[in-house]
Write a protein that binds this ligand. Structure first.
Ligand code: NDP
Ligand code: OXD
Length: 309
């Protein structure tokens, strides 16, 4: 039996990492699929494979990243085949936490204003609150949000998390569900978006939700562009309701050259690099998932197709 590797990112690194762990693996790189009846597992990121239903003995599809919204939109995913997303503490969670800490600290210490002052050769001692008095809100208290929240709490920030179902946040406060969103937003001076893009979260941040934040709040979106309504964010930036937006993800990627985010003075753009999959740390996790499925067990990070994450 064979593994289909269909990724448009780091395909060579994946082959090397997988072969290094198990030289007996038969890895078929798309489009060299061979006999479709021999494909047992598919390892994919932005797959070009036109039809997963063409692999009659497929036992699992491994998404080589955390977000599965693009994959779940496909109509050819066999119902009975589990989809497993990537949870990689070292290679994916750690770098995302670095990104969140970097951007939250930058907003907390008024980095964008200091950078503008240097460009203008202007000297002014900008003040800032103590971390314990800075209220940070993490939308999405999952794998990535929980780790970032714990590190911010360790730095003494006043942190709250928002999740679909109530769950503890040691050293911070959890808000859950639609009903508690207004209270969560009202206390979030710096808002970090780490939600999956689903039917429930698409367009969640519109003018109405921006208006609930404290005036001048900062936003860091490291999740998916579709969670934010761009036109409403631009209006909130221009009115001063939002002080600064740091955006790693966009409705359309690469961000089109003419998009106002590129040049807006209160927007920082990073090109979807908050956390990149690392094949060398992710490959053993994927192989452990394959071993679990072969042993008749469901891997922990199997996607719930109903909720969309
Ligand atoms: P998880 O599935 O572990 O966590 C998702 C969190 O969002 C959970 O806390 C969940 O609540 C919450 N949530 C989902 N839907 C809702 C809702 N309708 N209302 C309230 N809360 C909700 O995901 P990860 O932390 O692993 O990843 C989050 C996202 O980050 C990914 O989906 C991906 O899009 C993005 N990402 C971006 C990267 C980048 O480089 N920019 C890199 C990696 C990921 P509950 O706990 O109750 O289930
Ligand atoms: C992911 C991503 O979902 O890279 O892993 O955005």
């Amino acid at each position: 039996m064979a593994i289909l590797l269909d990724t448009d990112a780091e395909a060579d690194a994946w082959r090397t990492a997988l072969a290094g762990l198990d030289p007996t693996l038969e890895i078929r790189s798309w489009p060299e699929v061979g006999d479709p009846r021999e494909i047992e597992f598919a390892l994919v990121w932005r797959p070009r494979t036109p039809d997963f239903a063409a692999f009659p003995l497929l036992r699992g599809i491994f998404n080589l990243g955390a977000g599965v919204e693009r994959l779940l939109k496909r109509r050819d995913l066999p119902e009975s085949v589990p989809i497993i997303r990537l949870v990689d503490p070292v290679g994916l969670t750690g770098p995302m936490t670095e990104y969140v800490l970097w951007q939250v600290l930058r907003l907390h210490r008024r980095g964008p204003e200091l950078e503008a002052m240097q460009r203008e050769k202007r000297w002014d001692e900008l003040t800032y609150p103590l971390a314990r008095d800075r209220r940070v809100g993490i939308l999405g208290q999952g794998v990535l949000g929980s780790d970032a929240a714990a590190r911010l709490i360790a730095l003494d920030f006043d942190v709250a998390g928002w999740s679909r179902r109530p769950k503890p946040l040691p050293g911070g406060r959890n808000f859950a569900g639609e009903a508690e969103l207004p209270a969560f937003l009202a206390r979030s001076e710096i808002l970090v978006v780490l939600l999956p893009l689903t039917a429930d979260t698409a367009g969640l941040h519109d003018a109405r939700r921006f208006a609930l934040l404290p005036r001048g709040a900062g936003i860091v979106n490291a999740a998916r562009g579709g969670i934010i309504v761009d036109a409403d964010l631009l209006a909130a930036l221009d009115s001063g309701q939002i002080g600064h937006a740091t955006l790693d993800v966009f409705h359309e990627e690469p961000l089109p050259a003419g998009h106002p985010f590129w040049t807006h003075p209160q927007v920082t753009v990073t090109p979807h690099v908050a956390s990149l999959t690392h094949a060398e740390t992710a490959a053993p996790i994927v192989l452990a998932g394959i071993a679990a499925l072969r042993a008749g067990r469901q891997p922990a990070d199997t996607v719930d197709r109903k909720t969309g994450y």
